[in-house]
Design a protein around this ligand. Structure first.
Ligand code: GDP
Ligand code: MN
Length: 314
């Protein structure tokens, strides 16, 4: 009998990968990472995760920002991680230097006095926090985007993200979204700040809101007061307080389904339908002290309460 060798040979050929079919509807959005050349491996690791969990199906562009020029090696190593468009840009000096109203000797003294708290001694950390608080969305390469999703070197995304968080923001008129230890910001009617804040190392922001009049006035006021240099104000509380004061509750969103790790905290959903897409351990979710902020946020915004793993054990 006749043996169809052609058929046999064909069946063992490894099929060519199909070109990805990108969704037809996408937001005008980008990932943004502030990063130093020496953190190239952490940067690649974060991009690998973002690509695997989400962006290989969407190919949103990436923007990398640095106070120094990126080296050719950095660009080469990072470019291999995704086919999406990548822009490497330097931060203009006026966004990463002392404004004229700052007394640099006083700032140095403040750093010395704070040398025992985390990053208290660091000058660059202060420029970084000020930059992320006010200027990141104003960089000329960012002006074209309506939304940005901030990523950092070495962060981990542990759940498949099979929806588009940018489009979720757009379609539901959300202006600020964040993953981890959530707020709200005062326990005594605004007398004092209770230290609750959104963890801004993962945030998705409507950049038009951040470039807008209210946020800009808020940031300029803080900047004028000198606290970015005489204290060690972080961008997370700045963004959180702005979101809490300037946005209606309905415009702030907590993506509980996005499993996320930035040393030392995890967000890992315990709900069975969410957990099915994740490889993280919900027992390692951020501790209850911090959860108090999340619980408070969910109560205030009418969200479902957090589920703890032991509540699900049968
Ligand atoms: P932490 O999350 O508060 O511990 O601070 P990180 O060291 O992670 O810094 C926050 C973000 O700013 C990360 O994306 C860093 O890559 C970036 N970053 C911090 N300091 C500098 C700096 O001096 N230059 C640049 N280009 N990026 C920085
Ligand atoms: Mn970090």
């Amino acid at each position: 009998t006749h043996v169809d060798t052609t058929f046999k040979r064909k069946t063992i050929l490894i099929p060519k990968p199909l070109p990805p079919t990108l969704p037809t509807r996408r937001a005008n959005a980008a990932f943004v990472m502030l990063v130093r050349n020496k953190d190239v491996h952490g940067a690649r690791s974060a991009i690998r995760q973002v690509e695997d969990r989400f962006n290989r199906n969407y190919q949103y562009p990436y923007v990398f920002l640095n106070d120094e020029p990126f080296t050719p090696k950095f660009k080469e190593l990072v470019r291999t991680m995704s086919k999406a468009k990548m822009t490497f840009a330097q931060i203009p000096e006026e966004h990463w230097s002392y404004p004229e109203w700052i007394d640099e000797d006083l700032a140095e003294e403040a750093r010395y006095n704070m040398r025992k708290i985390i990053y208290g001694w660091s000058e660059s950390y202060r420029h970084m926090c000020r930059y992320q608080s006010g200027f990141i969305c104003q960089h000329e390469v960012m002006l074209q985007y309506d939304y940005y999703w901030r990523i950092e070197p070495d962060v981990k995304y542990s759940c498949d993200i099979d929806f588009d968080p940018f489009l979720y923001m757009q379609d539901n008129n959300k202006k600020y979204a964040e993953d981890n230890s959530l707020e709200f910001i005062s326990d005594d009617d605004g007398e004092t700040y209770n230290m609750c804040h959104f963890w801004s190392n993962f945030e998705i922001v409507d950049a038009r809101w951040m470039r807008g009049e209210a946020y800009t006035a808020f940031f300029n006021h803080l900047d004028r007061s000198g606290g970015f240099f005489y204290e060690r104000w972080g961008d997370a509380p700045v963004h959180s307080i702005a979101a809490a004061l300037l946005l209606p509750r309905s415009e702030i969103h907590f993506f509980r389904e996005i499993g996320y790790y930035h040393q030392p905290f995890y967000n890992c959903p315990a709900e069975p339908e969410l957990r099915a897409k994740c490889h993280c351990d919900p027992n390692q979710n951020i501790n209850r002290e911090y959860m108090a902020c999340t619980t408070k946020f969910l109560e205030l915004t009418g969200g479902d309460k957090m589920i703890y793993p032991e509540e699900l054990e049968d």
